[in-house]
Design a binder for this molecule. Structure first.
Ligand code: G
Ligand code: G
Ligand code: MN
Ligand code: NA
Length: 254
C-alpha cells in the first residue's frame, strides 16, 4: 500500500502540519476553544486527507508516534496562545482508540502538560463514539485512564451510528460533539431536528455540554441556538487553518 510506505517515510516536522479550527459559544459567538486537526502534504501525492491515512496509520500502529506528535504541537500551541493573549482556551485533540491501548500515551501526555505548563482544564480529549461498541467496561477503563490527569473527554461524532444514549450515563463526558450528518439535516428534516433536540436535552439533564459540528449555515446556527446547544464549530464561523492564519483571523495579530 502506497500510503503505508509514504507514511513510514514521512518526516513529521516537514510533512505534517496541525491546523486549528475555532469553537464558539452560542449565542454570543465567543471563542472558547480550538480543535487540532492533522494535515499531511506529501511531496508526491499532494494533500492526503486524515480520513484516508489515519485508518492506515492505526492498522500499523503508526498512529502512536503521529498522535504523540500532534499532542505535542497542540499543547505547545495552546500554551503559547493562552499566555500571549491572556486567554483560557481549550484545545481539543483527537485520540484514536489504538492510542488508548498504548501504555505510553498517558505518561507522554502528562510530560507534555508539564513541559508546556498547560492546565488540564485547557485540554479536551476527543474520543470517537465508535468506542461505545466495545461496551461499558471499555468506557470505564478510559475514564480511569484519564482520571489522574484531570483533562476532559468529549465524545466525537455523536449520532453517526453506534450511539446508544444509555451508555452516556456510565461515563462523565464533558461534552457531546454532535456529528455533522445530523447537523446537516436539522434545517430540512424534522426527524433529525427532533433527534438533535433530544440529545441536547439529555445532555443538559445529565450535566454535559453539547457542541454541534460542521455548522455551515446561519439557519443551522439559529436552530441550534433555539434548541439550547452550547457551542458550535463549522465553516460558518471558521475553517481549520494553520496556526499563523488562526492568529490573524482570531487574535488580529500577524
Ligand atoms: O480534518 P478533517 O475533517 O479532514 O478530518 C478527517 C478525520 O480525521 C476526522 O474524523 C478527524 O477526527 C480525523 N483526524 C484529524 N486529525 C486527527 C488526529 O490528529 N488524530 C486522529 N486520531 N484523528 C484525526
Ligand atoms: O471527526 P472529527 O469531528 O474530528 O472531524 C472534524 C472534521 O470536520 C475536520 O476535519 C474538519 O475539517 C471538518 N469540518 C469541520 N467543520 C466543517 C464544516 O462546516 N463543513 C465540512 N464539510 N467539514 C467540516
Ligand atoms: Mn474531532
Ligand atoms: Na466529529
Amino acid at each position: 500500500n502506497d500510503i503505508e510506505i509514504l507514511l513510514k517515510q514521512a518526516d513529521f516536522e516537514k510533512d505534517f502540519e496541525v491546523f486549528y479550527q475555532p469553537q464558539f459559544s452560542i449565542p454570543h459567538k465567543k471563542l472558547v476553544g480550538i480543535e487540532a486537526l492533522l494535515r499531511w502534504n506529501n511531496l508526491e501525492m499532494g494533500y492526503i486527507s486524515p480520513a484516508e491515512f489515519i485508518p492506515i496509520a492505526e492498522e500499523i500502529s503508526y498512529i502512536n508516534p503521529i498522535g504523540e506528535w500532534v499532542m505535542g504541537k497542540a499543547i505547545r500551541q495552546i500554551s503559547i496562545w493562552n499566555e500571549m493573549y491572556d486567554f483560557d482556551l481549550k484545545v481539543g485533540i483527537n485520540v484514536s482508540p489504538v492510542q488508548l491501548e498504548n501504555k505510553t500515551m498517558i505518561p507522554a501526555l502528562a510530560d507534555l502538560m508539564r513541559k508546556y505548563a498547560v492546565r488540564p482544564e485547557n485540554i479536551d480529549i476527543e474520543i470517537t463514539e465508535s468506542i461505545a461498541i466495545e461496551g461499558e467496561h471499555k468506557i470505564k477503563q478510559i475514564d480511569t485512564l484519564f482520571e489522574g490527569l484531570g483533562v476532559s473527554i468529549s465524545v466525537d461524532d455523536f449520532g453517526t451510528g453506534y450511539s446508544s444514549l444509555s451508555y452516556l450515563k456510565h461515563f462523565p463526558f464533558e461534552r457531546i460533539k454532535i456529528a455533522k450528518p445530523l447537523v446537516d439535516a436539522i434545517a430540512y428534516a424534522n426527524y433529525d431536528m427532533q433527534i438533535v433536540k433530544s440529545i441536547i436535552q439529555l445532555a443538559k439533564s445529565i450535566g454535559m455540554k453539547t457542541i454541534a459540528e460542521g455548522v455551515e449555515t446561519q439557519e443551522q446556527f439559529d436552530i441550534l441556538a433555539e434548541l439550547g446547544c452550547d457551542e458550535i464549530q463549522g465553516f460558518l464561523l471558521g475553517k481549520p487553518v494553520p496556526a499563523d492564519e488562526f492568529e490573524v483571523c482570531y487574535f488580529g495579530q500577524a
